[in-house]
Design a binder for this molecule. Structure first.
Ligand code: BGC
Length: 772
């Protein structure tokens, strides 16, 4: 853990310049708006280590797969989120010498991510090799209101000299993905134009024909006055810019406002791109930077009104949860149902910006509770639209029926190519089914089942039916050759979680069928026809549900992660020399696979999902056995452990796990934040407060709360939307207060006692020792 950022309630602050942490900061300070975003690269040139990154949601490249041995069923490509035109660049020269923080002495450096208002700022004093000193301040936004717009205010004051400051704002499309399989560039130039105060660049991807037009315009002011500074337009391949020489006296302030618009062929016809970019650009420039800033602050105010969590008495925990919520809100806004949430959002290339089971297992609950139900519904419909591709995928692998959703996807096709994950980590199908349950259970929108949900459930159940088989030896249904959520085991037999989620899916599918038969009879019959669902199929599911094999150890009273788990040498993580961690950077894969060490919640993931089916003692025995051998080397791990630890009353463990999930990127726990932030796991952090400390569940149309206080906090409060009502739930040591901010009443159970919270009123559950 390397804590170098200043603790603050609403901001992430870095107070000195350190080239060693530059790439970590580039990830942490990233900004975006759901439509586009990028890493916190410097505007001016920087010759030190840096991962330049600017991304447009949904614009990707099918990079030809690179594998040692081709195996039937491998996907043709691995989808890469595309590093797109760098629109933030403003190079600066001081009397002909580049301003480059890698080559000058930097003092008074401060970088701030203001999460309340959605801005990224930076200030520093730099002394160049020739002794000239400048004071620089920059302020940047990616607009939450005008999704295509980014804007920068960049100011320079020559402190101890008079001379010439040369500014070169530019657009650079000559960029490469760091993770390109064959070291190729993915973009071709289509057209460009550069003028003395503006320019544009259209690029298209070498495959799939995505077009992106980026247009920029800028204004230069000296001491507050806009000057008609003669600038010279520059053009070269995939690059446009303009260079302006500004003559300055010591103490003058030179400010450049740079506006950029990014539009893509996902939203416009090819012939409309340039005009669309210019129209967005001109209206932003006309509005001016100050108005863009105030719009931004208003937009974030509204987001915080719906999703803030406040924590009193622990600023580090407060900062962390706001950071997680901020990143989630700037990664996915739910307005475009073709988009999803990549594990790194707009903060890096790793994991290709593609969709993983992370969305259903971790992100759906966050959006369900903090936004209109249509947003989570869009995430579900995304998978509905991919159903045909998921069926195709199952056929490719030799299944005669059913659907296997991809482990990693952009457009519904599988684009992950490690056999042990692509072919074996099939539990993702279960998470997709579970998200349907979660959505219907939380929102009460049962109509979703008839509209979209049932088709997905039936095809997933069909897949499970064919994937299990009857073992005469065990007289049970078994599932061989899988990888569970714990990716530190591959090709195992009877992974408890996978068997459990498979039979649960069949059970829920039968329940959904029964619901439709009774309540939407004509739609039910329509769907039976559409799906050609046979009675012998549903009978088979019932048989599998009753006869599924679940490995367990009766003596210890635990479920076994897989057959033979107890043959392993059982060593606890606390007994490992610290220098062996993280295992994935220190140990060979062979050693990891043979060991008992667990990457992330596996059995415990099942006990969290299906929490209402297991008693506390069962959860406790399994937690006590598995947590001590879990290394939490997936960012998705600590949050599930935090939630279960809360339920079990393990307050210190819950708090430890909370800090680990919430400060994962801020403190670079897993030593990999320079690749990008762990955006999808941030939803898990939110879950660890709301489902963990808040104890929120929804059962039979009622909101259930069982709050606890980790003991390090004076109080905490979170907001949730539930069936149209927005509730502010605050928890102190002695009481739980629920304030209903809307006019719609809500039914709530707090510690087994039932309440109705009328519109615009609040209730308090008192006489409680929350910390007991
Ligand atoms: C985890 C997976 C997860 C992926 C993307 C991996 O490290 O083991 O469960 O889907 O990261 O977040």
């Amino acid at each position: 853990m390397k804590q170098y950022l200043t603790i603050d309630e609403w901001s992430i602050i870095e107070e000195s310049f350190n080239p060693q942490t530059q790439e970590i900061s580039e990830s942490v300070f990233s900004i975006g708006n759901g439509y586009m975003g990028g890493r916190a690269n410097f505007e001016e040139q920087y010759s030190g280590h840096s991962l330049q990154g600017s991304y447009m949601a949904g614009v990707y490249y099918p990079d030809k797969t690179r594998v040692g041995w081709w195996k039937n069923g491998y996907p043709e490509y691995f989808a890469k989120v595309l590093n797109s035109t760098n629109w933030i660049g403003i190079n600066v020269e001081i009397d002909g010498v580049p301003l480059d923080l890698a080559t000058c002495s930097v003092t008074a450096f401060r970088r701030v991510l203001d999460m309340k208002e959605g801005t990224l700022s930076r200030s520093f004093t730099a002394v160049l090799e020739d002794g000239k000193e400048v004071r620089v301040e920059s302020l940047r936004i990616v607009s939450m209101v005008r999704q295509e717009i980014g804007a920068i205010r960049y100011s320079i004051v020559p402190v101890n000299f008079s001379g010439t400051i040369t500014l070169t704002p530019y657009l650079d499309g000559d960029i490469k993905n760091k993770d390109s399989n064959y070291d190729e560039k993915f973009w071709n130039e289509v057209e460009k134009n550069a003028e003395p105060d503006s320019g544009y660049l259209t690029l298209k991807t070498k495959k799939l024909d995505f077009h992106v037009t980026t247009a920029m315009a800028f204004d230069i002011l000296v001491n507050g006055e806009k000057l008609a500074i003669p600038a010279e337009a520059i053009q070269r391949e995939k690059y446009v810019g303009a260079t302006a020489d500004v003559t300055v006296q010591a103490g003058d302030q030179v400010v450049i406002y740079k506006y950029a618009a990014n539009v893509t062929s996902r939203n416009y016809g090819l012939g409309q791109l340039v005009e669309a970019a210019h129209s967005a650009l001109h209206s932003a420039r006309e509005a001016g930077f100050a108005l863009l800033l105030s719009e931004q602050a208003e937009a974030w105010k509204a987001k915080w009104k719906e999703s803030d969590i406040s924590i009193e008495g622990d600023v580090s925990a407060q900062q962390a949860i706001r950071f997680n919520i901020f990143q989630l809100n700037q990664t996915y806004t739910g307005e475009d149902d073709r988009l999803n949430i990549g594990p790194k959002g707009f903060t890096g290339e790793k994991y290709g910006g593609s969709t993983y089971w992370d969305t259903e297992a971790y992100c759906v609950p966050f959006y369900l509770s903090t936004a209109d139900a249509s947003i989570a519904r869009n995430l579900l419909i995304y998978r509905y639209k991919h159903l045909d591709k998921a069926k195709e995928n199952a056929r490719k692998l030799g299944f005669t029926k059913g659907a296997l959703y991809p482990m990693v996807t952009m457009n519904g096709e599988e684009c992950h190519n490690e056999w042990e994950i692509t072919f074996e980590e099939i539990h993702r199908n279960g998470a997709i089914a579970y998200a349907i349950y979660n959505y219907v259970n939380y929102t009460g929108d049962k109509a979703y089942l008839g509209q979209y949900g049932l088709e997905v459930l039936v095809e997933i159940s069909r897949f499970w039916e064919e994937r299990v088989h009857y073992s005469a030896d065990k007289d049970k249904y078994v599932m061989l050759g899988v990888t569970g959520p714990n990716e530190y085991e591959n090709n195992v037999n009877n992974n408890w979680y996978t068997n459990r989620i498979a039979s649960w899916t069949m059970e829920y599918t039968l329940e959904a069928l029964a619901y439709l038969q009774e309540n939407e009879t004509s739609r039910y019959h329509e769907l039976l026809d559409k799906l050609a669902l046979q009675v012998n199929e549903t009978e088979k599911w019932t048989e599998i549900i009753a006869g599924m094999y679940y490995p367990e150890d009766a003596e210890r009273g635990i479920f076994l992660q897989q057959d033979g788990f107890l043959d392993k040498e059982l060593i606890q993580v606390k007994d490992l020399p610290p220098e062996h961690l993280p295992l994935n950077q220190k140990w060979s894969w062979d050693r990891i696979l043979r060991s008992c060490f667990i990457k992330q919640a596996d059995v415990l993931q099942g006990l969290y999902f299906l929490g209402d089916r297991y008693d506390l003692e069962t959860k406790q025995r399994n937690f006590d056995f598995y947590e001590p051998i879990t290394v939490h080397e997936s960012s998705l791990s600590p949050c599930i452990h935090a939630i279960l630890a809360c339920e079990l009353g393990y307050k210190e463990k819950a708090y430890e796990m909370y800090l680990r999930t919430s400060r994962l990127d801020l403190d670079n726990y897993n030593n990999d934040t320079e690749d990008g932030c762990h955006t999808t796991s941030m939803a898990g952090t939110w879950m660890s407060i709301v489902h963990g400390f808040g104890g929120l569940r929804v059962q039979q149309d009622r909101l259930i709360l069982n709050p606890s206080n980790p003991g390090h906090w004076t109080s905490y409060a979170f907001k949730i939307m539930f069936r149209g009502a927005r509730l502010n739930i605050s928890v102190t040591d002695k009481q739980v207060t629920v304030a209903n901010e809307t006019g719609i009443p809500a039914q709530i159970t707090i510690y087994d006692k039932e309440y109705t919270v009328d519109g615009k009123s609040s209730i308090t559950a008192e006489g409680i020792t929350v910390t007991a």
